[in-house]
Design a protein around this ligand. Structure first.
Ligand code: SF4
Length: 359
């Protein structure tokens, strides 16, 4: 088997998910962030190889069109100053290299951009359309890409950078210089996982078509949110009884909740597809059906007109209008200013919080 960083990461997160996708070759539904990311990468590749910016975006949208994406959002990400700054270098390099001396285990990958400077130094960039930033050392992706570049260029160090395209220039860059020791560590990480997978696949083959859940166990966690196999995987749910005595129990139940929610939303998607074709699905005296939700889109000028008319009729429109925190932020209204007009109210909801949100 040929390995890539994303294959290995999937195995490290959840061996069952790896098994569903790469051993059973089960199809996966495209997700909006995945399609957006692929479209942005293709558009950047086209732009950096000479296609005019807007044309690059149009072509990428046509090429990667598994799901509709917002053209303006793609354009905004692609015209990031870091992308515009690139001159020369190698764009979207595909590589395949053996991880071991014998050449049995192969690693493949795509390097978004890299350049070897005249003195021998090597720089590499990986574009990210993620909302949440992280450091290169949080995982082994750039360590592995750097290791590959060190092998083909002879560089003892590689300057690697993640560029988060949703952030302004100064905040978008997460850079790290990999030493030969760190690059070798990344290779060892990949080699150890790939060898483990090879051994398990050999064992699985000996079972002659049989299944062994212990070889590729399901490990529920945050990654279940994006898993396409949750509804199949829930057969191994382990929450009997739902009782929380300590932190380990609490973490186990929390991970199972994410897996179950993911399975539920997958099942709902299947129901939706069925209902689209055949109509409402009855469950006792209730049913799953498409229920219209109505809202009005009124531009600012017309909204002003409507409010004036209501005011003229003697209604106090401000009793009914609310300003959301997001819109106040967009208008640059600070907490200090708001304190002059009202009292802050804080309510708490119990939900899964991203690490950055929790700070
Ligand atoms: S739902 Fe979660 S535990 Fe199950 S296969 Fe997917 S990622 Fe693994």
């Amino acid at each position: 088997m040929i390995y890539s960083y994303s294959r290995l990461k999937r195995y490290a997160d959840c061996p069952a998910s790896f098994q569903y996708k790469y051993l059973y070759e089960m199809s996966e539904l495209p997700t909006e962030p995945l399609v957006l990311g692929k479209t942005v990468h293709t558009a950047i590749q086209l732009y950096l190889t000479g296609t005019e910016l807007e044309n690059a975006v149009e072509q990428a949208i046509l090429q990667e069109g598994e799901l509709p994406v917002d053209r303006d959002e793609v354009l905004r990400l692609v015209e990031h100053p870091m992308v515009r700054k690139i001159q020369g270098g190698q764009v979207e390099q595909q590589f395949l290299i053996p991880l071991d001396r014998e050449g049995v285990i192969q690693l493949q990958g795509y390097i978004d951009w890299y350049e070897q400077l005249p003195g021998g130094a090597v720089k590499l960039i990986d574009w990210k359309s993620n909302r949440q930033k992280y450091a290169p050392t949080d995982n082994h992706q750039l360590g592995l890409y750097s290791w590959y570049l060190s092998q083909v260029t002879g560089a003892a160090e590689v300057d690697a950078e993640l560029v988060f395209l949703r952030y302004p220039y100064a905040d978008s860059r997460q850079a790290y210089t990999y030493t030969s020791v760190e690059m070798e560590e990344a290779r060892r990480w990949a080699m150890a996982l790939a060898t483990e997978i090879e051994d398990k696949v050999a064992e699985l083959n000996l079972l002659d078509g049989g299944e062994d859940e212990h070889l590729f166990p399901a490990i529920p966690g945050k990654h279940c949110q994006t898993c396409s196999h949750a509804s199949l995987c829930i057969k191994s749910v382990q929450i009997k009884p739902v009782k929380i005595d300590d932190e380990v129990d609490a973490q186990r139940v929390a991970a199972e909740v994410i897996r179950l929610e993911s399975a539920t939303s997958e099942m709902k998607e299947h129901l939706k597809a069925w209902a689209k074709e055949h109509g409402a699905i009855a469950v006792g005296d209730s049913s799953f059906d498409f229920v219209p939700s109505v809202s009005w889109n009124i531009d600012a000028e017309k909204l002003y007109e409507l409010c004036s008319e209501l005011h003229d009729r003697g209604l106090d429109v401000f009793q009914y209008l609310t300003l959301t925190a997001a819109n106040l932020k967009k208008m640059g209204v600070t907490d200090a200013q708001l304190q002059l007009y009202g009292k802050q109210k804080t309510t708490k909801t119990f939900r899964l919080v991203k690490a950055k949100e929790a700070c």
